[in-house]
Design a protein around this ligand. Structure first.
Ligand code: FAD
Length: 279
């Protein structure tokens, strides 16, 4: 069974939340297992993430939060998790996160494995914990092997699945998945998929996240830059082919970074025939 999930970021305003609920409902026809809502750097969206999860869940949508330490102490994180559990949340995405821009380098971030350990030591309720994984290697990792060892540490701490950073090279995912298997990581590794809709956003995100945009994609986008219709068609085609290859190669599902917009994700999902007949 192909597991589909959609990622959102928390809107700023009640109107934005209402729009998000509408977007989530449009995407519901693809039968996602869950919708996740990101957590701003340094915990900057603590309330907004919570409010978005509440708004979505009140509309019958299975929304779950991303969570990082931010600047919080253990008790505050556990209290926040308690609030989520009271809403019926049964899954979280546990992250180290990044420092807010302008925070300087003096502050130390606590790694995601410590958050997973905290959750497992203080929360009794059944809870799936997803962690982040990086087929093209996290930009701060000392090496590709160390990055996988640290991922193993997050699984050993109690994570039940991973969601990857997005990528445009299927081989990167297959190589990574096989190496993870070799390292004893047995949980599902869900590929993260970024539909292509806006060139500037894609370039900015990818540079920061250490994601490679293959030269052939870059060159074609350069050529059609400014022609939104052509960009949408090219993006949907490239990303749909990537998704199909991943599924054909045994990926357990797809996690879409929607950037809160339905059409680019819909275009890809339609092209690959989601929801698949088996569900
Ligand atoms: P970690 O697992 O802690 O890894 C960070 C770096 O440290 C890596 O280089 C790793 O190799 C290394 N490392 C890991 N563990 C250890 C250890 N024990 N000792 C030493 N080094 C270690 N960011 C947000 O701000 N909000 C979000 O909601 C958000 N959602 C995301 C969802 C997904 C699916 C993904 C893939 C990323 C997301 N991010 C989000 C981005 C993420 O926060 C950044 O990539 C961040 O830099 C690393 O977070 P992490 O949880 O992977 O950290």
């Amino acid at each position: 069974m192909t597991q589909i999930s959609f990622e959102f970021f928390p809107p700023q305003t009640p109107r934005g939340r209402a729009n998000l609920v509408r977007t989530a409902k449009v995407l519901a026809r693809f039968q996602p297992t869950f919708y996740s809502v990101t957590y701003g750097a340094g915990g900057s969206t603590r309330e907004r993430t919570f409010d978005a999860v509440v708004a979505l869940r009140e509309s019958g949508i299975n929304a779950i939060p991303h969570l990082s330490w931010g600047g919080d102490k253990e008790d505050a994180v556990v209290a926040l998790l308690g609030d989520y559990l009271a809403l019926g949340v049964d899954r979280v995405v546990a992250l180290r996160g990044d420092l807010p821009s302008g925070a300087g380098t003096s502050r130390q971030l606590r790694h995601a494995d410590s958050l997973v350990r905290l959750i497992r030591s203080r929360i009794d309720a059944p809870l799936d914990i997803e962690v982040a994984a990086y087929p093209e290697v996290h930009p701060e990792a000392p090496s590709a092997s160390a990055d996988i060892d640290f991922l193993k540490g997050k699984i050993d701490a109690g994570a039940t699945g991973c969601i990857t950073q997005y990528f445009y090279n299927a081989e990167a995912y297959f190589h990574f998945r096989d190496r993870c298997g070799g390292a004893g990581i047995g949980v599902p590794i869900m590929p993260g998929i970024m539909p292509i809709s806006n060139y500037e956003t894609l370039v900015r995100f990818s540079a920061k996240a250490g994601v490679d945009i293959p030269r052939w994609i870059q060159r074609r986008i350069d050529e059609i830059h400014g022609d939104n219709e052509a960009l949408r068609a090219f993006g949907a085609d490239v990303v749909a082919r990537l998704c199909q290859r991943l599924l054909d190669g045994g990926a357990p599902g797809l996690h879409f970074y929607t950037l809160n917009k339905a059409p680019p994700t819909e275009a890809v999902a339609e092209k690959i025939g989601l929801p698949s007949p088996s569900g």
